[in-house]
Design a protein around this ligand. Structure first.
Ligand code: ADP
Length: 449
């Protein structure tokens, strides 16, 4: 693929970086060539009867080219023309070696062969595309054939063999360039179609988030209106109610309440996915939070065969978190524990961690979560257990909780085994100046049954 191709094809490496690559290879390649030329010269000196003087100009030109290339690869302006410069350098070197080989006596001719092979092989290493590769390859062959034709020497088997080998190498390099170019085209096509798919998916994602946000928003208002009227009715604002009517209204309130929670969760999820949800970090006292949550658990566990206990270990009094979001996460964990625990116990605990953070853990003796699903439950709309269990929920509470935990600089993890309960641990930072105090045993630590 030549530089124009690279510039025109979406996804192709920029010409700049291709030139960098060529510059690096050319820099190293020219040093290797300099070593080969130097060894040629030494051998030449040992073998040639008349000394090096008659061919000194060829060696001088060889080394001058090495210096020129070393200068070119270090010069940012010339780097922009690195592809044609590289091709020209290879062709010139080859021409020099060929004419030298043609002029030299047969025994010295053999000495030059490695340099010709190195220049031709170097031509294979450059990603300069089929067109330029063909020009270099044909030029190398013609230079060799032309030099010998001009020398007027008898074409001995060695010379012919070298020419055939050169033609073979040139053909192989062209086939290689063709295959590389075809492969690069294929990769470019796949890259651009993947880019397009990625763009479409991102667009669809944004549309989905916008749809979710606007639908959820539109749903929230009527649900709140329904809840408001139900409250008014239950408060006898429109006259006294029969017990049966109150019962129906309580059911409406409960279901509308669930719907309202779901809508709020959907709004949170769409805000988190759009990166628009902000948390306001403050200092949260754990004792009042635990007291409130214990009150909620009393209501939730009424009539259940499940014990509840809350405890705050010595050394953690407060945490650094968004108060509302912290309550939301722990409530979600407790509600899940209630949903998936038929008997036994649920505990809420706070413990300091060696790194100074605080671990809030909700542990239950419920149905547990199989190891294979423990990652998935933190993804939106993933529910592990059979829906026929008829537990309410849309499978988004944990995904929101885990993202909120991250937004607050913490984490949410689970340890569980099927049939042996679960332990969800929310780690949140402690305030930077932690006031260490003895363990608190507020009302929150009461046992609820
Ligand atoms: P929801 O509870 O609304 O379905 P969540 O995101 O809170 O959504 O939970 C996802 C799933 O993780 C639940 O449907 C349930 O299968 C599993 N899960 C969550 N908490 C528990 C738990 N304490 N015990 C057993 N399974 C749980």
């Amino acid at each position: 693929m030549d530089s124009r191709n690279a510039a025109a094809t979406p996804g192709a490496p920029p010409v700049e970086s291709r030139n960098e690559l060529i510059a690096r290879r050319l820099g190293v390649g020219s040093l290797v060539l300099a070593a080969a030329i130097a060894s040629n010269a030494l051998l030449d000196l040992a073998i040639r009867p008349g000394g090096l003087l008659p061919v000194a100009w060829i060696y001088a030109a060889d080394f001058a080219l090495v210096l020129l290339v070393q200068f070119a690869v270090r010069h940012p302006r010339i780097r922009a023309y690195m592809v044609p410069t590289a091709a020209l350098a290879v062709m010139l070197w080859n021409a020099l070696f060929c004419s030298y080989a043609a002029l030299a006596p047969p025994e010295i001719h053999a000495v030059v062969a490695p340099s010709i092979v190195i220049t031709t092989a170097a031509a294979l290493l450059f990603p300069w595309g089929l067109r330029l590769q063909s020009i270099v390859a044909v030029a190398c062959v013609l230079e060799y054939a032309g030099a010998f034709a001009l020398s007027g020497r008898y074409a001995d088997p060695g010379t012919l063999y070298a020419l055939v080998s050169l033609v073979g190498a040139a053909a192989a390099s062209c086939v290689g360039a063709y295959l590389i170019e075809r492969h690069a085209r294929l990769v470019d096509q796949q890259t651009s179609s993947l880019r397009e798919m990625n763009r479409l998916m991102r667009e669809t994602g944004v549309k989905k988030d916008e749809f979710l946000a606007s639908v959820s928003h539109e749903l929230r208002t009527p649900v709140n209106v329904v809840l408001g009227y139900v409250d008014l009715l239950l408060d006898h604002s429109f006259g006294p109610l029969e017990p049966a009517q109150r019962d129906v209204l309580h059911r409406i309130a409960k279901n509308a309440g669930n719907l309202s929670i779901l809508i709020n969760d959907l709004i949170d999820l769409s805000r988190i996915e759009a990166g628009r949800l902000k948390v306001e970090i403050g200092t949260v006292e754990l004792a009042p939070l635990f007291t409130d949550l214990t009150g909620v658990m009393e209501i939730l566990l009424a009539g259940h065969d499940v014990q509840f206990a809350a405890s705050i270990a010595p050394g953690c009094v407060r945490v650094s978190a968004d108060p509302e979001r912290l309550t939301q996460i722990v409530s979600n964990l407790l509600v899940n524990a209630v949903k998936f625990t038929e008997r036994g116990s649920i505990t809420l605990s706070a413990e300091p961690r060696p790194d100074g953070s605080v671990a809030l853990a909700v542990t239950d003796t419920g149905i547990g979560i199989p190891p294979a699903a423990q990652q998935a439950i933190f993804e939106p709309f993933r529910q592990v257990h059979d829906r026929s269990r008829r537990v309410p929920g849309a499978g988004i509470g944990l995904s929101i909780s885990s993202r909120l935990a991250h937004l607050m600089g913490g984490s949410l993890t689970v340890e569980s085994a099927s049939g042996h309960g679960s332990r969800f641990t929310l780690v949140v930072p402690a305030p930077s100046d932690p006031v260490r105090a003895p363990g608190v045993a507020p009302d929150a630590l009461r046992k609820v049954s």
